[in-house]
Design a protein around this ligand. Sequence first.
Ligand code: FEO
Length: 170
Amino acid sequence: MISKKMTKALNGQLNKEYHSAYIYLGLSAWASEKGYNGCASWFMVQYQEEVAHGMKLFNYLDEQGASIELKDIKAFNFAGTTLLEAFEEAFAHEQKMTGWLNELSDLAMKEKDHATYNMLQWYVMEQVEEEALFSDIIDKMKLIGDNGNGLYNLDKELGQRTFVDPTTQA
Ligand code: FEO
């Protein structure tokens, strides 16, 4: 059984995962509108990943017999104009997610809630992968700059990404 405080905090994270999904859905729509179809597809895969992250928390709360609260999902509107800005905004968001997950882990440790702490370590490691993924794409985009051919090829490369449910991976 997890505490009321932990339940509230995990429900907050559940909402943040779905807000993340919303962000990537929004970026996918934006990229598609601009003709970056590969990136649109890449962001759509990321959207699916975030939904899977949300479901993992949902299932954990359910298994623990905790109350699940589905709150409003904050709106997302991308105000940038370039692909680099889109990925930088996403990267900054992922860094915030990492911070929140670390805070959740701290709380679980403080409460000696080993099951929740253990479950959260999956997210902590998932964030390491996500941050590396975004950072790598941003580095490539910075190298390419305004080169149309380079952007065209990178868009094509990113379009190859396929969805593999991360929660089924070790
Ligand atoms: Fe679920 Fe990208 O953090």
